[in-house]
Design a protein around this ligand. Structure first.
Ligand code: PLP
Length: 366
């Protein structure tokens, strides 16, 4: 088995699972004043501090949520005025307000800063949302430059940092200048169903879930202490992204040798060290996914499957990739447990797939 779909979700370490199991045995509501409750409060606040340290903010700036989808919704719903979002956002941003005009990207998948500047002047948004790095292509966005333009126009900047956090240096309110960041537990070796919205110093946000007054009266509901504890535990184990970048380099080099027509999306742009979006013309991503899955290799596709119809990825379309090529794109994403054997397993299936394609094309042209 080879798991190569970390951008969808990362496996949890055994020790993290054990820490969560232990936290689930410990009773106590952080809002209760008895000792059991205060114990839970201490565990929750320690987890909050670990997250705050990740982006160098005060712990009070960290609001726990049910995941980055909720964090993105909350950030966008916090303003009454107009919103501007990039053309390559995750659906949890893109679907919030279908009336937002999309900020275009270059063929390499980088937000077009000239277009952004023009749109800021003509559309006058109150908030702009961009992602720090794209989940399908791994292309990294120039968040610092975007923040300067957005702030000059008097707007707020929300950054979906789900894929970038820990792989790139990011600092809310610091050099990158975001006013808020979304992050997600299960992409970072923690459990699914927990995330955070992190606010820059001085940024206030109106509550989006009312009730018990938890999370500084901004997001009511009894806190998910075991998941927060598990997430903080996962963050304490560092990942060697340089080693992962070397694995990816080998993968891309060998793919090119096996299939010179294959293309790596966003290759000329800065990319996350773990992600390859690969177009192999003439083989549909469904066929690739199935062949790889049969061999126990899990990869992702950018296609959203809605009502039984597989649509080509919106992200690739925004980059000007044609529909046929977009239907041949797969995503290979690596993480903390990835090793040479995983790459071997992928390459062995890939070699037979491109061999079949070559024979088929040879037959049809001869
Ligand atoms: N934003 C990006 C870029 C993602 O990749 C994901 C995960 O699919 C999300 C947001 C949503 O995160 P969650 O699953 O925690 O709601």
């Amino acid at each position: 088995k080879a798991y190569l779909d970390y951008n969808a979700t990362a496996p949890m370490r055994e020790e993290t699972v054990a820490v969560i199991a232990q936290a689930m045995r410990e009773v106590g509501n952080p809002s209760s004043t008895h000792q059991a409750g205060q114990g839970a409060r201490r565990r929750l606040e320690a987890a909050r501090s670990a997250l705050a340290a990740l982006v160098a903010v005060d712990p009070t700036a960290v609001i726990f949520t049910s995941g980055a989808t909720e964090s993105n919704h909350a950030a966008l719903a916090a303003v009454d005025g107009k919103r501007l979002v990039s053309a390559i956002e995750h659906p949890s941003v893109a679907a919030v307000d279908a009336s937002c005009p999309p900020i275009p990207v270059t063929p390499d998948g980088v937000i077009n800063l000239d277009a952004l500047e023009r749109m800021l002047r003509s559309y006058r948004p109150e908030l702009v949302a961009v992602m720090a790095a794209n989940n399908e292509t791994g292309v990294v966005q120039p968040v610092g430059a975007i923040a300067r333009l957005v702030h000059e126009a008097g707007a707020l900047l929300h950054v979906d940092a789900v894929q970038a956090i820990t792989k790139l240096p990011l600092c809310v309110g610091g050099v990158d200048g975001a006013d808020s960041l979304s992050i997600s537990g299960h992409k970072l070796g923690g459990p699914p169903g927990i995330g955070a919205l992190i606010l820059a110093p001085g940024r206030r946000i109106r509550p989006w879930l009312r009730g018990g007054g938890q999370e500084g009266r901004r997001r009511a509901g009894t806190e998910n202490v075991p998941s927060a504890v598990g997430w903080a535990h996962a963050l304490a184990s560092s990942v060697d992204w340089n080693a992962i970048a070397l694995l990816r380099k080998r993968l891309e080099k060998e793919v090119r040798l096996l299939c010179p027509e294959a293309r790596i999306v966003g290759e000329e742009a800065p990319r996350l060290p773990n992600t390859t979006c690969l177009i192999t013309p003439g083989i549909s991503n469904e066929a690739q996914l199935m062949a790889l899955d049969l061999a126990g290799v899990s990869i992702g596709t950018g296609s959203a499957c809605s009502s039984g119809k597989v649509e080509p990825s919106m992200v690739l379309q925004a980059m000007g990739v044609g529909a046929d090529d977009a239907r041949s794109a797969i995503r290979i994403s690596l993480g903390w447990a990835s090793c040479e054997r995983d790459i071997d397993a992928f390459l062995s299936v890939y070699e037979s797939m491109v061999g079949v394609r070559r024979r088929r094309m040879g037959l049809s042209s001869g």
